[in-house]
Design a protein around this ligand. Structure first.
Ligand code: ASP
Ligand code: CP
Length: 360
């Protein structure tokens, strides 16, 4: 029998490794109910998601198609609870909901919600679940979305939660759109296998790297190269996961030396909002970890350049017009992937698939 999150106490649940938590969060057909961390997604699910995203993208091109999609979930409402800044995750989730006909509500500033009056997070989220059918949440705290998923699953109105970024820990839907971008970029040249993916920047505190690095272990013969100053190099937790998975990876401080071998370069921003002491990051020499005209010359002709965005100066704007710069398309891919994930959460990806098969 399927394990459900209400079959286990919070204390017991927390003792489980992430992969052991997975069965508690999934639906009988293998789709996620709550989407909380990258470790919930195996290869089959990633393929299914990419296929749905492609189908939604194609169907949405026409008025008839768009009306079909909008009718699918027009009886559902989603709450976007973002207590940490966001542009594209927030907007792409709103757009994804609009594509599927879902109406949305939002809290983006807890100073104007009743949290300001001292209401607990648990009570706030339970309040949202009284009015909405899906909660999409971004918070500075690690593990909060997961705790809320447990709380709601044990309430009289269970409601799915999607983690839209949790502290320094995870950003699972970013990793899903990153994988989708890699799959699309390499689909005509042998697929996502036998590739080198280079991560550069603040790999210690960047949650997108933590989530994507894990998903890459599902694909055959992927080498991951982590390029950063020593103070910002990828954490031991990520390295332990990669070792346990038998993944091929290396750590280096030599960006220009590592660049020519890369098939995909994933740049990241210095996450100085997490500085323990003010100005701490500014004292780290990051000048050799930026992508400009010189790095473009070292990039292989068929390689791609990615960035979860927002960027500061780690990719020079002169690079934007190069066909290998993938970050704008990567960002738009987020809308299709998030629509596919929501469709799957509500069990309507099969209807999308059938519609696509009949009409395209
Ligand atoms: N937008 C991404 C995140 O929220 C990356 C970043 O902010 O640097 O994790
Ligand atoms: N990539 C990303 O999560 O962007 P935002 O922080 O703008 O949502």
């Amino acid at each position: 029998m399927a394990k459900r999150i209400y079959d286990i106490s919070w204390d017991e649940y927390q003792k489980l490794q992430l992969e052991e938590r997975r069965p508690y969060l999934m639906q009988p057909d293998g789709a996620p109910y709550h989407t909380l961390f990258a470790q919930q997604f195996g290869l089959d699910l990633l393929e299914r998601l990419a296929q749905s995203a492609n189908e939604i993208r194609a169907i949405a091109k026409t008025r008839e198609g768009s009306e079909f999609l909008k009718a699918l979930l027009s009886h559902r409402r989603a709450m976007l609870y973002f207590s940490q800044p966001s542009s594209r995750t927030f907007l792409s989730f709103v757009s994804a909901c609009q594509i599927l006909g879902i109406s949305t509500g939002e809290v983006r500033d807890t100073a104007i919600s009743s949290e300001f009056k001292g209401e607990s997070r648990e009570d706030s989220v339970r309040t949202f679940s009284s009015y909405f059918d899906l909660i999409i949440m971004r918070t500075p705290e690690k593990g909060l979305a997961e705790h809320m998923a447990w709380v709601l699953s044990n309430s009289e109105r269970p409601t799915p939660i999607i983690n839209a970024g949790s502290g320094q820990d995870q950003h699972p839907t970013q990793a899903l759109l990153d994988i989708y971008t890699l799959l699309r970029s390499f689909e005509r040249s042998g697929g996502l296998r036998d590739r080198t993916v280079l991560f550069c920047g603040d790999l210690l505190r960047g949650r997108t790297v933590r989530s994507l690095s894990y998903l890459l272990t599902h694909y055959p013969n992927i080498r991951q190269v982590f390029v950063a100053p020593p103070q910002l190099q990828v954490g031991q937790d990520v390295q332990d996961v990669l070792k346990a998975k038998g993944a091929d990876f290396a750590l280096t401080g030599d960006f220009q030396g590592a660049l020519p071998a890369a098939d995909a370069v994933y740049m990241t921003r210095i996450q100085d909002e997490w500085d323990e002491k003010k100005g701490e990051s500014a004292r780290i020499d990051t000048s050799r970890f930026k992508f400009g005209a010189a790095e473009l010359k070292l990039l292989a002709p068929r390689a791609i350049l990615m960035h979860p965005l927002p960027r500061r100066d780690e990719i020079a704007t002169v690079v934007d017009s190069d066909p290998r710069a993938m970050y704008w398309r990567q960002m738009r891919n987020g809308m299709w992937v998030r629509a596919a994930l929501i469709a799957m959460t509500f069990g309507c990806d099969t209807a999308i698939h059938e519609h696509f098969r009949r009409n395209y």
